[in-house]
Write a protein that binds this ligand. Structure first.
Ligand code: SF4
Length: 391
């Protein structure tokens, strides 16, 4: 079979102009994206559990995709965010039908602190069984997880692990939640929904860390199946999205607003501050103003530290003063829960009561030292503290 790979431009990607041709193939912690240390990048069988067996020849077959249209001449058009074996590398036209190549094929699966996915107002101090498949529909120059996110499914070590098994492993690991993170969970939409169903059937929460590049209809379905979502708002200009991430800002803003309006999943937002790219004060001010106008005061916002990686290895880490300045700007704009991410031991990682100022949740790195939120309220002044605090 002749395979014609097509790399789609971002514009075509979401304009839906990327119909995938023929019966042959055509075709985001840094708080940014579930950050991993280099040595942890790929999963070992041990991390998956004793039953896991590396399976380069998958027994799990490609899964027919949801949200696609069959066009004339055997073409299909992906409607998750448009595109398929063109940019995300994981959705493929096989004889006029669209298939997900990463259904049940995990390259990362392990318990990690829930805080690692920049979710601070849900079940703090618990472990979340965190899993990833290959592929992403953005291409950030600083991606910490590029070995997985920018790879084709056949280029990474992966293991067969069906949704039911993921939920069983989470229970076995005493994790009250499962997080789909590291790469882009929404491009593995079918896997995501089935993991969510298996999780909920066992009383587990289901969390998603995403770049937010998803169309409205699948997003709406997704919101009905998950408990929390952290969206990376990577910068506040089209120029930044185009140059650094090969994306468009407006689609991410639409996603964040739609999640807030939907109201079902708990929402937090992360902004990775990259020196010289998205760290100027006018951009931070504009981001905060948009945030307040569109999401209100209560949605937690992270300003997270960039560390040199991938194609931006030559940049320095974000100065801590830059993050503190961004935090000040956001607080001055009226946002009540603003965090400094990726700076272990910084007091900007803690949760303070926005009314009386008392320390409520103390964090050092991804560890919760103390949590004084009681019944969703500040124990000192009774102020309601937004979030999902109980298991
Ligand atoms: S390329 Fe994907 S996984 Fe990597 S930082 Fe960007 S959105 Fe996250």
């Amino acid at each position: 079979m002749v395979q014609a790979k097509v790399r789609l431009s971002r514009r075509h990607f979401l304009q839906g102009a990327a119909a995938l041709a023929g019966s042959t193939v055509a075709g985001s912690l840094l708080a940014g994206c579930g950050r991993m240390a280099g040595a942890e990048r790929l999963l070992t069988p041990t991390a998956l559990g004793p039953q896991a067996t590396p399976s380069p020849t998958p027994r799990v077959r490609p899964k027919e995709a949801k949200y696609y249209a069959q066009l004339a001449n055997g073409q299909v058009r992906c409607q998750i965010a448009a595109g398929a074996r063109g940019f995300c590398q994981t959705r493929e036209n096989q004889k006029g039908r669209l298939y997900s190549l990463v259904y049940g094929r995990l390259c990362i699966a392990r318990p990690v602190p829930i805080e690692k996915s920049a979710i601070f107002h849900m079940l703090p101090g618990t472990q979340s069984y965190s899993v990833a498949t290959a592929g992403c529909n953005l291409a950030c120059m600083y991606c910490q997880n590029y070995a997985v996110a920018r790879a084709r499914p056949e280029e990474v070590e992966a293991w067969d692990m069906l949704p039911e098994e993921v939920a069983a492993k989470a229970l076995q690991g005493r994790c009250p939640s499962i997080t789909l993170t590291y790469s882009e969970p929404t491009i593995a939409f079918e896997n995501l929904l089935e993991v969510a169903a298996a999780a909920r059937a066992r009383g587990l929460r289901i969390l998603v860390k995403t770049g937010g590049y998803i169309n409205g209809e699948p997003l709406k379905e997704l919101c009905g199946h998950i408990d929390a979502i952290n969206v990376d708002l990577k910068g506040f200009s089209d120029q930044f999205y185009q140059q650094v991430c090969q994306g468009e800002l407006r689609h991410v803003l639409e996603t964040i607003k739609a999640i807030k309006e939907d109201g079902r999943p708990w929402l937090e937002v992360a902004n990775l501050v990259v020196p010289g790219y998205n760290d100027n004060e006018p951009m931070i001010r504009a981001l905060c103003a948009w945030f307040k106008d569109n999401l209100g005061e209560e949605v937690p916002l992270f300003f997270s530290r960039f560390e040199p990686a991938y194609r931006l290895k030559g940049l320095p880490p974000t100065p801590i003063e830059t993050l503190e300045k961004a935090q000040q700007i956001a607080r001055a704009a009226g946002l009540r829960f603003v965090y400094v991410g990726n700076v272990p031991g910084h007091q900007g990682q803690n949760t303070y009561c926005p009314r009386c100022g008392k320390l409520l949740v103390e964090r050092v790195g991804f560890e919760v030292k103390q949590n004084r939120v009681a019944g969703g309220k500040c124990p000192y002044c009774g102020e309601a503290i937004v979030g999902r605090w109980q298991g």
